[in-house]
Design a protein around this ligand. Structure first.
Ligand code: SAH
Length: 359
């Protein structure tokens, strides 16, 4: 028996890769290798529940833990991929109503990102590559069994645009919610998107047809109108706020669920009273919770972080419109682990050198 700590082994392309498979899929693949159902089930449970690798006939994607950085109870960690790059993930403490706290794991769906949002650190890297479902699940495995933390919620708010890698993201969610695996409740999983409308529709279809109807959708709106949004987020030039709202209105919401609308508050860009009013008008027909995120300056940022008083003013004003509002904390700022601060400039440089391009 060995732990999930990766060892140096030559990869067998035939091996069953457990992290990208649901338990049923794993059992089926194992059968193809002559492994009985009970044996496969035991192996699956041992890995996900106890972090134990009981056999050699399957492969756990090798992703060594390369770094952990801690600020208070927030932990940022990186895992190496076989391509020599790194995933970045963050464990965030969330206060519980009944006291104590639980942990949310923020995972990356890509290394880098192609969306080019002006305020985001990850965008500065450009897209390096998509992560596989197994590499996404590996982030949970490391959090749970290498770092030893219970994970209650999973948010796809790390590096990357999940809708640009939706097949792998959905497969990762199937695994993460598997009862014999990580067993995360689907209502505790949130996909955050820059607002790719085709992706939102596909996700809507997925939640309608597969029983994942409690999956949460978050949308980074970040602006009160098309003019500001197109300046900050290139995606808006092809998919404007009118089209975005239509897609959001069609998204199936389960029971009392609401969309999460994210709004990165940047001083002098999108934080005026008038802009708050316009935003609330746009939000009016949506059943949503507005999540105001004080801007975390990226490297070489042209903007500063907002003052506490300005954040409060914006939040109060939105509330006066009858909008349900939460403000997000700034945990992890000092270790570049806060929203929009993930990304390794060295990887960007290395990938540029390799491809010889300057994307
Ligand atoms: N691509 C996805 C998920 C990753 S970003 C998306 O756009 O939603 C997760 C959240 O962090 C988004 O709401 C994004 O708008 C926000 N964000 C990005 N850069 C930020 C920054 N510098 N400060 C605060 N929040 C930021």
């Amino acid at each position: 028996m060995s732990s999930v700590r990766p060892r140096n082994r030559v990869r067998n392309p035939e091996a069953v890769r457990i992290l990208e498979l649901t338990c049923d899929e794993f059992i089926e693949e194992a059968a193809g290798s002559g492994i009985s159902r009970p044996k496969a089930l035991d192996a699956y449970r041992a890995l996900f529940r106890r972090g134990e690798r009981t056999d050699d006939w399957f492969e756990v994607e090798e992703m060594p833990l390369t770094r952990t950085q801690t600020e208070g109870r927030t932990i940022k960690f990186t895992l190496a991929t076989d391509g020599g790059e790194e995933t970045e993930s963050v464990l965030i403490p969330m206060k519980r109503r009944e006291g104590g706290f639980s942990r949310t794991l923020c995972v990356s769906s890509q290394i880098g990102c192609a969306m080019g949002c002006g305020f985001c650190e990850t965008a500065q890297m450009g897209l390096v590559r998509n992560l596989s479902a197994g590499q996404i699940v590996a982030q949970w495995l490391a959090a749970r069994h290498l770092l030893g933390h219970e994970v209650k919620n999973i948010v796809f708010m790390g590096m990357g645009e999940p809708m640009d890698n939706l097949d792998q993201v959905l497969q990762a969610i199937r695994v993460l919610t598997d009862h014999n695996g990580p067993s995360i409740a689907s209502g505790n999983v949130t996909i955050s998107t820059v607002g790719r409308i085709d992706g939102i529709r596909r996700l809507g279809e997925f939640v309608r047809t597969t029983g994942f109807h409690r999956l949460n959708l978050a949308v980074s709106v970040n602006a009160p109108d098309d003019e500001v949004r197109s300046r900050l987020m290139p995606i808006n030039r092809g998919m404007d706020m009118t089209a975005l709202r239509e897609a959001l209105l069609e998204f199936p919401l389960h029971g009392g669920a609401a969309l999460l609308v994210e709004y990165v508050l940047i001083p002098g860009v999108n934080d005026s009273d008038r802009q708050c009013d316009r935003l609330c008008e746009w939000l009016e027909p949506l059943r949503c919770s507005l999540n105001v995120i004080p801007y975390n300056p990226r490297r070489d940022s042209p903007w500063s972080a907002p003052d506490e008083a300005d954040v409060q003013r914006f939040v109060d004003r939105a509330m006066e419109h009858g909008q349900f509002v939460k403000r997000r904390g700034t945990k992890g700022r000092d270790v570049m682990a806060a929203c929009g601060q993930l990304g390794n400039p060295e990887v960007r440089r290395a990938s540029r050198t390799r491809s010889g391009g300057t994307r």
